[in-house]
Design a protein around this ligand. Structure first.
Ligand code: IVH
Length: 671
């Protein structure tokens, strides 16, 4: 049954009020902003079509939320308005066309383009150059008095520099820079305290503290972008002229602001800011275009809650809502059976997402994820998309709980889960084709044996055709077998064989890492190689001997011991060596007689004759330590072309900087 417009309007108002409260009053939003905007737009459209349903209490008729009771209230001399949003280039074109139509102007308009800071809107009033009041936006008419808190923010001047009118109210955004936000959250995590969801909530939560000393302890900053009440007519007549004027008074204006011409200028600015966004030290959720000429602004005026002379052009959301269609289980290299969410495909920040990780069963239980739920999906940078939370309020009656399969979806072996582990594992080991494929993929990966051209597709084919079961089988492949595979040309078969041949020369650390022993990552593999020096020594080491290696605890030692105890694994190592896989002997760290014993190196820039990985292998094989950053303890920095901050740091600390040639001399003739 379809809802009547009146019922839908009532439902939307209820939802919007609830989410407004979560966002503004609790600083703890439940749904992403884009989802909220969608609800808001739907309500406004319904009201536009059915004006008889409009009431003065409708969320579309006011801005923001009620102020909290505890703060004194401040009546804004001029209302603090909101901005309309544009979500597409078309929306921006429409905004510009409407403005030009109203002004009867055929010519391109000039716009002031500014980043849209994601923080908390504030009004700050200066009388005779002294800060006398600061207030939040509140509901747009009335805000909260946060004067004592704002006084603690260093980028807010308490006294203006010369040239101010007797009364000056400025408006801007208080925000928490990303570095400060991350630091705050990692401290909170350490202390077991509540973390902030995002910098916006962090800023809002920090400013609306009844105790100003708490605000003072938070890393906050402010940018000013406009004016409120002003006593004298001394202010510039263009938004873009306001920027230097405000700066002269000692107020902070974003360095990203630009004057642009016409829609094209706006869109160029948008693209430019979108590409620079990941490198900015603070979060922005879009850009704002304002008609530059203030006389034109006046002529354009306002509609109920927003000016007609400005619009916020929002970046595509990186959190969106979609349907969880199913949960499937994937089997990884170590047999871990991981739940993967199959989603109704959805655009998240410009990328179509149809799968997301659910990590493990505990995570599913914690988030109460059920098949058929509507879920919030997030994508941050290169990270695999994940399900942030479930919209429990929208759960359909047929939503189904997720259960762990009893048997492996690939090989049918039992799936086991031990008490102390969050992950469930397929007990099939090498008999499970999924584990075999993952293991081979890992074995061939760049930081392992680095077998160029042995990609996922080829591994898939080789395992399915039964040509390869263990990594050793890779070295048994011949031209004939490879060339007979579908879509494999003579030449590419030759290339794969050449890559395999090249990979036969490796290092002990790489081989150990490539074996995919549980808990043995790159750093552990290197530590093991350096400590034991040879595979033979490793293979017969006891758990105690393993724990003598720096950073290796009983868990990893147990994994190692168990791995080397398996007959098939020992045979694999023998086979690999018999098939020509070899590595230079490792001189254990600190061993006497090596130039590099106990020396610490840092690599930076592009070396002319070897990759950084090769240089690292070479150094480690000679007993040196290779560190990621330069410190007082660094002995040498090996710098290639385009070396950046590490080189600068080395110079600053007076650390010896050498090039590849000098490194080769130190290492002596290759053995
Ligand atoms: S101008 C009447 N400029 O966005 C014009 N607002 O949705 C009102 N914001 O409440 C605002 N950066 O908190 C303007 N450069 C900017 C902005 C900006 C962030 C925020 C502000 C405002 C909200 C409007």
């Amino acid at each position: 049954m379809k809802e009547t417009p009146a019922a839908r309007v009532a439902r939307l108002r209820e939802l919007i009020e609830y989410h407004n409260y979560r966002y503004h009053a609790l600083d703890d939003p439940e749904i992403p902003d884009a989802q909220f905007d969608k609800l808001f737009r739907e309500l406004r459209e319904l009201e536009d079509k059915n004006p008889q349903l409009i009431t003065p209490q409708s969320p579309t008729r006011r801005v923001g939320s009620q102020p909290l009771d505890e703060f004194a209230q401040v009546l804004h001399a001029l209302p603090m308005l909101s901005l309309d949003n544009a979500f597409s280039e078309q929306d921006v074109e429409d905004f510009d066309r409407r403005a030009r139509e109203r002004l009867g102007s055929a010519a391109a308009l000039e716009y002031a383009a500014e980043p849209k800071l994601d923080g908390l809107a504030v009004s700050i009033t200066y009388r005779d150059g002294l800060l006398i009041q600061a207030a939040t936006r509140g509901d747009g008419m009335r805000g909260e008095d946060i004067t004592s808190n704002v006084r603690t923010i260093k980028s807010v001047p308490l006294r203006l520099r010369k040239g101010y009118p007797p009364l000056l109210e400025v408006r801007g955004e208080i925000y928490m820079p990303l570095a400060g936000f991350r630091q705050f959250n990692s401290r909170a995590r350490e202390l077991g305290q509540k973390e902030f969801k995002n910098p916006r909530n962090a800023a809002a939560g920090s400013v609306r503290q009844l105790d100003p000393s708490i605000t003072a302890s938070r890393p906050l900053a402010m940018f000013v972008y406009g004016l409120g009440e002003v006593s004298a007519d001394v202010t510039p007549q263009q938004q873009s002229a306001l920027w230097p004027w405000l700066r002269e008074l000692g107020l902070r204006v974003s360095p990203e602001v630009r004057r642009v011409v016409g829609v094209q200028g706006c869109l160029d600015y948008f693209r430019n800011m979108a590409s620079r966004r990941p490198g900015l030290p603070y979060e922005i959720d879009g850009v704002v275009y304002k008609v530059d000429d203030m006389r034109l602004q006046e002529r354009l005026g306002f509609v109920s809650r927003a000016p007609r002379w400005a619009v916020a052009h929002k970046f595509p959301a990186d959190e969106v809502v979609t349907l969880l269609k199913d949960v499937e289980f994937q089997v990884g290299r170590t047999g871990a059976v991981t739940p993967v969410a199959r989603l109704e495909p959805v655009d998240v920040g410009g990328v179509t997402v149809s799968n997301a990780t659910l990590h493990n069963m505990d995570e599913i239980a914690r988030k109460d994820v059920r098949i058929g739920d509507r879920v919030v999906v997030r994508r941050a940078g290169d990270v695999i998309p994940e399900i942030v939370r479930v919209l429990v309020g929208e759960r359909p009656p047929h939503a189904r709980k997720v259960s762990l399969p009893r048997s492996c979806p690939v090989c049918g072996s039992a799936v086991l889960r031990t008490e102390d582990e969050a992950v469930a594992r397929c007990s099939g080991g090498f008999a499970c084709p999924a584990q075999r494929k993952e293991m081979l993929r890992h074995f061939a990966s760049r930081r392992a044996l680095d077998i160029d051209g042995l990609g996922d597709k080829l591994i898939e084919q080789l395992v399915d055709a039964g040509h390869v079961n263990t990594p050793a089988d890779l070295y048994r492949l011949d031209q004939e077998t490879l060339a007979a595979l579908p879509r494999m040309a003579e030449k590419s078969a030759g290339n794969v064989l050449a890559s395999l041949d090249k990979s036969r020369t490796t290092t002990l650390a790489r081989l150990l890492y490539a074996l995919g022993i549980r808990d043995v990552g790159e750093a552990t593999a290197t530590a093991l190689a350096v400590h034991f020096g040879s595979l033979e020594a490793l293979a017969c080491a006891t758990e105690e001997q393993f724990t003598a290696v720096p950073d290796i605890g009983p868990v990893v030692a147990g994994s190692l011991r168990r791995w080397f105890a398996v007959e098939a694994n020992r045979r694999l190592l023998d086979d690999l060596q018999a098939l020509g896989v070899h590595w230079p002997a490792v001189k254990p760290a600190g061993a006497k007689g090596t130039v590099l014993a106990g020396k610490t190196f840092v690599l930076t820039g592009t070396l002319p004759g070897m990759t950084r990985d090769q240089a690292r292998d070479l150094l480690q094989a000679n007993g040196a330590k290779v560190a990621g950053s330069v410190s007082k303890r660094t002995d040498y920095v090996v710098a290639g072309s385009d070396a950046g901050s590490k080189l600068a740091k080395a110079r600053e600390l007076g650390i010896k900087v050498i090039d590849e040639e000098a490194l080769r001399q130190i290492l002596g003739p290759a053995k």
